[in-house]
Every structure is written in structure tokens, then in C-alpha cells.
Design a protein around this ligand. Structure first.
Ligand code: SF4
Length: 510
């Protein structure tokens, strides 16, 4: 009997950029009673079903994008006599669908860190429950990951989580509903211990896989100050102080480490926070810009972002503090026009963005946008290959529409082509080479160019193109570049690296 943990993917690249953290967290939650779990990340290679035997437990984690592939694996694993358990955001939202389409014996809703051993024990006793409520566990219950199980040389970046949940409520995002709006921060010591473990193994690049690294904005503090009861203010100040404490501890780690996180652009209001990020070696951040106009921001309930020149100033503030921004933009918003594509790329360049991504507005389940879209009378009865459009993730990938909402002024094809053009322009050789000036040596500039091209191949062409030959060509390119790049990210292992402050704490204790 074995435990298998599977991250489904239709595309396998042989090497991957970021470690899917949940696999290694659940491996740690599995404990030692049943032996080490078998970890299969299909972004590296596809699962070999022959390795799954009757009586094994197969845990499959899905989000909307990989649900269909996850269901295929679930059905096949069940046919082989294994216990099939699904978890992840999509399973949390649609437990019934997972049972119907994925052959699940059980579904875990919410966080799996604590409940997972019970699920395994029930399966092995032949009595799994249909539904387990993992809930939203507190930060001090987040499991550390089993990094000792990582395959060597396959991932460029490791990933560590420091906070779950986001207080905002953007209309296209499900994070605030699934992970909650109350930030749940992990104890600083635990985060540092895990990072030290990763650096000992040779990882230099680590993604802080957080929903929002800046969970307390000045506006939140001002609002709490206006309340008669000071407890909320104290709570927010404690969260903020803990962020600074984490960054202070990160700054004590080896200088060759590079961290990357996700953050709202509000952080640019706070120079002390940006300075602390720079000292903490947080060299990059994904910032959800979404739209360059005030109307576009209203479309997505993101009024806390800025537009126009103020937006440029905010984004540049990151760069002034040594933090490279990957700006994320959405196309297909009702207020977009034919000029939006070029205007967005021009702003991205003016704002000194180091990387950018341009995504198509998609109604993802769990979001406000999805609820409004799926409730439309006009969609009732619309089917593709026998699947209702409102369950678009179940439609075979090559038949899936790239856009789901009719636009007031543009055809869907105009939006798709405009988006492709934005990627092409931002990642043209000339523009990428010019941007590569952010690093100094020729070797580093070449690495920068390769990474930019890799990013574009992995995320642009395979996501927007409708022609399958182009998708396959992009996947081949991405695979080739990824192999060429991966060594650039790894450092010499530091097996003797100590946890900063730990020896001092022990000496004091002794
Ligand atoms: S898009 Fe970002 S800021 Fe908005 S709710 Fe989601 S995680 Fe929070």
C-alpha cells in the first residue's frame, strides 16, 4: 500500500519554474506511519498509472485550470482499485462535481494540512467519508514542507508560504472567498527554518507563495483607528509588526538568496515597508495592476489601485527600492477599447516593469464575476461537446473558448489578437534586451533574456493561441529554454548553514 500525491497537468515540461508547494506540504502532513508518499508533478512528467495498485491512496489537488486532467487520473486510479481523494480550490467549490466526474471516494474542502492523516487512515480502514471539512486553519497549524523528497535539479524556484488570505475582494479572484479575508500569518521562526533548509539544499531562488504579502494597508489602519473599540487596531498593528519581524530575519540570511512574492500595489505607499523588503532580499513581486484606467479598475472592484500617471509613479516606487515588478494586466474588461492593448504595453514600459503578463478576462468559479456570468439567461442551454458552457473547465481544452463574455465594442477575436500583440511587443527581442540592463554582467543579461522568453512561451502562447500546432511549438520551446536555464538558478548547497539567531537563542537558554 502506498500514498500517491498528484499535481495534474496536460503539459509536461520536464523541468518546472516553481515547486508546487502543496505536494510537499501534504507529504509532510502524511507523517511516517505509511512510508514516504510518492509525489507526481505532471508539469514535470505524466503519471505512470501502472505504479498505482489496489488499496493505495491517491490524493489529487486541483484548481479550475487542471480539474479536467485531474478527473481523468481520478477515474483511472479508481478503476485500478485505489482510494481516490480530491482536494484544492476547485474541489472545495464543487465537491459534487468531483465525485461525479473524478471518481472520488472523498473530497477534502479547505486546508488539508491537519485533516489529511485522518483521511488516509479512514481510506485504509475501508471507511472513507464522502466529505471532509479541512476548514481554514490558523497560521501556527500550517505544515512545513518535506523538502527532502524533492527530485534533484528539476525546479528552479522553491516555494514557502508566509500568509494565507487576502482582505481585498477583487471580482475576478476567488482567493478572498476560499482562503478568507482575515490574513493568517505563519510564525516567523518556522518560515526561516524552512528557508534555511532550502538554502542548505542549494536553492537560492524562493517564491513566497502568499496571497498578499502586504495584508495591512494604511487605509485599514486608519479605518480601525476610527472605531471605538481599539482591539481591531491592535490586531492589525500586530500583523504589520510581524511582517517587519519576518523581513528583518530574512535580511540575516545569506546574501545570494533571492525572494519573490505577490503584493498589492498599496505597498508602494509605505517606503519603510519597501526598504524592509529590499533588505530582506525580496527582489521581485507580482503586482495585480489589472487595468490602466479608472473605469477598468471599477470593472473589477479594484478601486484601491491607481490609474494613469499616479499608477506609473506607484509602480516605479517599487523599482526605486530595488524590487522588480511583474505587472499583471487583464484584457477583455467592458471598458477596454481597441487602444487598450498598446496603451497598456506603453504604460508597462513607462512604469519600468521588468516583466508583465496579459491575461484574458475569464469567469473563474468562486468569483463574483463567475456568479454574475453563470446566472445569465442567454447562457442557459449553451453547450460545447455536450458540456454546459457554465462548466467551461470540463470542455476539452482544444474546444474551449478563449473568451466567455461578449464585449460591448470589440469582437472576441479582436481581444484575443490584441492580447497576443501585447505579449509579442512587450517580449520582443529588442525590448527584452533593453530591459536586461537591470542586471550587470553579459552572462546575467543572457540569463535575463532566456527567462523572459521562457516566461512568454510558458504562459502566453500556450494560454492564448487557438492553433494547436502553435501551442505544441511553444511547449517545445519552453521545454528547451527551461533545461538551458535551470542551472542558472541553483547555488552551491550550504549543508552547514545555521538558522540565524538559533545558536544565540540556545546559548542564552543554556
Ligand atoms: S486579486 Fe489579489 S488583491 Fe485581489 S482579492 Fe485576489 S489576492 Fe487579494
Amino acid at each position: 500500500m502506498r500514498i500517491h500525491l498528484i499535481n495534474p497537468s496536460t503539459q509536461s515540461f520536464g523541468v518546472a519554474v516553481i515547486t508546487p508547494r502543496w505536494l510537499y506540504v501534504l507529504a509532510s502532513a502524511t507523517g511516517s506511519e505509511w512510508g514516504d508518499p510518492r509525489i507526481i508533478d505532471e508539469t514535470l512528467e505524466h503519471v505512470d498509472l501502472e505504479t498505482i495498485d489496489a488499496g493505495d491512496v491517491v490524493g489529487i489537488g486541483i484548481h479550475t485550470g487542471n480539474a479536467r486532467r485531474g478527473y481523468e487520473i481520478g477515474r483511472q486510479a479508481r478503476k485500478r482499485g485505489a482510494w481516490v481523494v480530491f482536494g484544492g480550490i476547485h474541489a472545495t467549490l464543487f465537491p459534487d462535481e468531483v465525485v461525479t466526474h473524478g471518481g472520488a471516494h472523498s473530497v477534502v474542502r479547505g486546508d488539508g494540512d491537519v485533516i489529511w492523516p485522518q483521511v488516509i487512515a479512514d481510506c485504509l480502514a475501508g471507511q472513507p467519508q464522502l466529505l471532509y471539512e479541512g476548514g481554514r486553519i490558523a497560521g501556527d497549524q500550517f505544515a512545513a514542507a518535506r523538502w527532502d523528497l524533492l527530485p534533484e535539479g528539476r525546479y528552479m524556484w522553491a516555494s514557502v508560504q508566509t500568509v494565507r488570505g487576502c482582505p481585498k475582494h477583487c471580482s475576478f479572484c476567488s482567493v478572498w472567498r476560499t482562503d478568507g479575508q482575515q490574513p493568517r500569518q505563519r510564525a516567523v521562526d518556522r518560515v526561516i527554518r524552512e528557508i534555511v533548509e532550502l538554502r542548505r539544499l542549494g536553492f537560492r531562488f524562493i517564491a513566497l507563495a502568499d496571497d498578499n504579502f502586504y495584508p495591512v494597508a494604511f487605509g485599514d489602519l486608519a479605518q480601525a483607528k476610527r472605531r471605538a473599540d481599539p482591539s481591531r487596531l491592535r490586531e492589525l498593528e500586530a500583523l504589520r509588526d510581524e511582517r517587519f519581524e519576518l523581513m528583518e530575519r530574512l535580511s540575516e540570511l545569506p546574501d545570494d538568496l533571492v525572494f519573490y512574492t505577490q503584493i498589492t500595489m498599496e505597498a508602494a505607499e509605505d517606503p519603510a515597508f519597501l526598504d524592509a523588503m529590499r533588505r530582506a532580499k525580496i527582489r521581485g513581486a507580482l503586482v495585480g495592476v489589472e487595468s490602466v484606467t479608472a473605469e477598468g479598475l471599477k470593472d473589477v472592484y479594484k478601486g484601491f489601485n491607481l490609474a494613469g500617471d499616479e499608477l506609473v509613479a506607484r509602480l516605479r516606487a517599487f523599482r526605486r527600492h530595488g524590487i522588480h515588478v511583474l505587472g499583471s494586466f487583464i484584457f477583455g474588461l467592458p471598458s477596454d477599447t481597441k487602444d487598450s492593448f498598446d496603451a497598456t504595453v506603453a504604460l508597462a514600459e513607462r512604469a519600468d516593469l521588468t516583466f508583465a503578463q496579459f491575461v484574458l478576462l475569464t469567469p473563474f468559479p468562486g468569483t463574483v464575476d463567475f456568479e454574475k456570468w453563470a446566472a445569465r439567461e442567454s447562457l442557459r442551454g449553451t453547450m460545447i461537446e455536450g458540456v454546459p458552457l457554465t462548466q467551461h473547465w470540463l470542455i476539452p481544452e482544444h474546444r474551449r473558448p478563449r473568451l466567455y463574455t461578449a464585449h460591448p465594442t470589440m469582437t472576441l477575436e479582436e481581444i484575443r489578437l490584441g492580447t497576443q500583440r501585447a505579449w509579442d511587443r512587450f517580449y520582443s527581442w529588442r525590448h527584452v534586451w533593453t530591459r536586461s540592463r537591470v542586471v550587470e554582467s553579459v552572462r546575467a543579461r543572457i540569463a535575463f533574456v532566456l527567462i523572459s522568453k521562457l516566461y512568454r512561451q510558458m504562459y502566453a502562447n500556450t494560454g492564448i493561441a487557438t492553433d494547436s500546432a502553435r501551442v505544441q511549438r511553444s511547449a517545445r520551446w519552453a521545454r528547451w529554454i527551461a533545461y538551458a536555464c535551470r542551472r542558472l538558478f541553483l547555488g552551491k548547497p550550504m549543508p552547514d548553514l545555521e538558522i540565524p539567531g538559533e545558536r544565540l537563542a540556545q546559548a542564552t537558554y543554556n
